[in-house]
Each structure stands twice: as structure tokens, then as C-alpha cells.
Design a protein around this ligand. Structure first.
Ligand code: NAI
Length: 331
């Protein structure tokens, strides 16, 4: 039986993580769960928000399902999420964005997969003050980092029967960093003549996504643009409540929703657990539990299209727990 590391996280994390766990257990997938905690609550006991035991557990099991973890803004400890991605070299951040019937959205037929580089760029955190009145942050791109993310995007496209990869950049301004990324994307595209290749400057990309998102298939982006554009895309299909994500490396993978810990609604039993549940669907597919994954995704589609059982972000009155109970009854 496969063991999965479950990191509930904080804020709404435990509410949505345990909801997803219950649904997955009910889906027929045979899994053991190893619960590991990370975040501010661990600092007092371990002196760090990310204890070594969490990393060991993910390395040992190869797969984790993770709830969001709060990062203090402008001060305090550095992001646990970024540290986890770096420590485990989870270089791909996969964020699928899809319209579901029943979800309020201005668009139809959106089905985009964002392939975001997850370890480099301004997120390496090399920042310093220059005197008291200036600050610098260093943007790091490597050939290896660009090659493996672009290669992953094309391989994913081929494996999933996708038609087009769009490389998103700002190489007109950042000729070294983004220029290298774009050059590598162009070179790698030549190995995949069956997949259409397109390039787009990030600002134009944002406009086009708002105008005609159904024209896009797979987007491959450096870390910062990927972070921003994936929230934009989540907004196209009804918001963060429906945006699942995966962080994937060569040896292990961590599946988590795009949304954060939502401290404004934590502990109130109102959080929408669907993004967490969909992250679980992608996790099940990753470990080969395809039937269970399909069963859950169908139940989610079905419940959404029924349109009567909804959490409050969708204008409904069901709590996280009651919504999950109903979802389980529809598996
Ligand atoms: P957020 O995603 O937590 O919340 C943004 C807005 O969306 C809030 O109004 C919130 O109530 C709502 N929202 C988010 N998820 C929801 C859900 N499942 N159901 C219903 N409403 C939902 O973003 P914010 O406020 O910028 O970040 C809060 C904290 O989360 C920060 O400390 C941030 O660093 C952390 N964070 C952690 C992530 C992770 O662990 N992977 C990812 C993003 C943010």
C-alpha cells in the first residue's frame, strides 16, 4: 500500500487538507497517510518552520499532499513553500486551469496547463540593501534550469496529447536572463515538430489571456511570471478555489492548491476544498491510481454542474465539512 506524506499546513490548510484526505479515502484508493506538520507552529519546538522530519518523510514516500502555509510578509521566516521546493529540487510547478460547468466564469472551454519554473529567478532570494535608500534583488537563470523546464513542458504536451506550447518571457528587456530562457525554448521546440511552438511577451500574454483564453494550451514560464500568470488564469475560471497545483522533481512531488492559507476565513468551516481535492486528483494520477482520480474528478464536475451544493465563495451555504460529506455521497 502506498504511503503519502500529508502536510495539513495552517490557516484553512487543515480544513481543506483533511477534507481532501476523506474524499480520497472514500474513492477506493488504498493509501496510508503520514501526517507531518510545518509552518510557524513548529518554530518553538524545532527552531525552524520546516523540520528535517518533513523533508525525510517526503523523500522516503516520494509524494506529499500539502495544505497552504502562511509566510509572514516583509519580515520573519522565509517561505516554507519556497524552501521545500528548493530542498527537494521540485523544479516544475504544474498548474492546470480549466472551466467547469456550474462555476461562474465569463469564459467557456478554457483548458490551460501552466508549467512554471520553480527554483530560480527572483525567488532565489538573493536580496540586499545598498545603503539605506536602495535595494537590489538578483534574478538568477541557469541553462540547466531553463532546459529542464522547457523540456518538461514539451514532454508533458506529448504525453497528454496537447497541441501547443507557448513560451512566455520579457526577453526584449531582460536579454540575458529571459533571452537565455527564450533561446532554449526555441531550440528545444525543434525536437517536437508534432507540437506547435509559440512565444509571447508576458504583458501581451496577460492581455491575450483575458481576451481569448481558449486559444492557449500549455504555457511555459520562468518562476515570477508563472506565479502571477497562474493567479490570473485561476481568476478566468472562477478563482483560487478551483486551482490545483503540483511541484514535481525527478525523485518526488508535492501536490498543493494554488491558494494560500486564507487567514481571513480560517477555522470558520467556510473554505472551498475543491482546489485541494483537485490537487489530490493530480496526486492520484501521478501514483497511478487513475480510477480513483477519475471518480473524484467526475464527482466534482457532477456536484458543480448540479449547482445546488456550494461553499460560500460560490454563493452557497454549505460549510467545508458538509460540502465534503455531499461530495463523498456522490462518488
Ligand atoms: P490567499 O490565497 O490565502 O487568499 C486570497 C483570498 O482568497 C482571501 O480572501 C481568501 O479568503 C480567499 N481564498 C483563498 N483560498 C480560498 C478557499 N479555498 N476558499 C475560499 N476562499 C479562499 O492569499 P493571501 O491572502 O495572499 O495569502 C495568505 C497567506 O498564504 C500568506 O501568508 C501567503 O504567504 C500564504 N500562501 C501560501 C501558499 C502555499 O502554502 N502554497 C500559496 C500562497 C500564499
Amino acid at each position: 500500500m502506498r504511503t503519502i506524506t500529508l502536510i495539513p499546513g495552517d490557516g484553512i490548510g487543515p480544513e481543506v487538507a483533511f477534507a481532501a484526505q476523506r474524499l480520497i479515502d472514500a474513492s477506493g484508493a488504498e493509501l496510508n497517510w503520514e501526517i507531518q506538520n510545518a509552518g510557524a507552529c513548529m518554530i518553538e519546538r524545532f527552531g525552524t518552520p520546516l523540520p528535517e522530519s518533513v523533508i525525510y518523510s517526503i523523500r522516503r514516500n516520494g509524494v506529499a499532499l500539502k495544505g497552504p502555509i502562511t509566510t509572514p510578509v516583509g519580515e520573519g521566516f522565509r517561505s516554507v513553500n519556497v524552501a521545500l521546493r528548493k530542498e527537494l529540487d521540485l523544479y516544475v510547478n504544474l498548474r492546470p486551469v480549466k472551466t467547469y460547468r456550474g462555476i461562474p466564469s465569463r469564459y467557456e472551454n478554457v483548458d490551460i496547463v501552466i508549467v512554471r519554473e520553480n527554483t530560480e529567478d527572483l525567488y532565489v532570494g538573493i536580496e540586499h540593501m545598498v545603503g539605506g535608500d536602495a535595494a537590489e534583488s538578483i534574478k538568477v537563470f541557469t541553462r540547466k534550469g531553463c532546459e529542464r523546464i522547457c523540456r518538461y513542458a514539451f514532454e508533458y504536451a506529448r504525453r497528454e496529447g496537447r497541441k501547443k506550447v507557448t513560451a512566455v518571457h520579457k526577453a526584449n528587456i531582460m536579454k540575458c536572463t529571459d533571452g537565455m530562457f527564450l533561446g532554449i525554448a526555441r531550440d528545444i521546440s525543434k525536437d517536437y515538430p508534432d507540437i506547435k511552438f509559440e512565444e509571447m511577451i508576458v504583458d501581451a500574454m496577460c492581455m491575450k489571456l483575458v481576451q481569448s483564453p481558449e486559444s492557449y494550451d500549455i504555457l511555459v514560464l520562468p518562476n515570477l511570471y508563472g506565479d502571477i500568470v497562474s493567479d490570473l488564469c485561476a481568476g478566468l475560471v472562477g478563482g483560487l478555489g478551483f486551482a490545483p497545483g503540483a511541484n514535481i522533481g525527478n525523485d518526488c512531488a508535492v501536490f498543493e492548491p494554488v491558494h494560500g492559507s486564507a487567514p481571513d476565513i480560517a477555522g470558520k468551516n467556510v473554505a472551498n476544498p475543491i482546489a485541494m481535492m483537485l490537487s489530490g486528483v493530480y496526486m492520484l494520477r501521478y501514483i497511478g491510481e487513475i480510477e480513483a482520480a477519475d471518480r473524484i474528478e467526475k464527482a466534482i464536475s457532477y456536484v458543480l454542474s448540479e449547482g445546488t451544493v456550494k461553499t460560500s465563495d460560490l454563493g452557497g451555504s454549505f460549510g467545508t465539512k458538509e460540502f465534503t460529506d455531499y461530495m463523498i455521497s456522490r462518488l
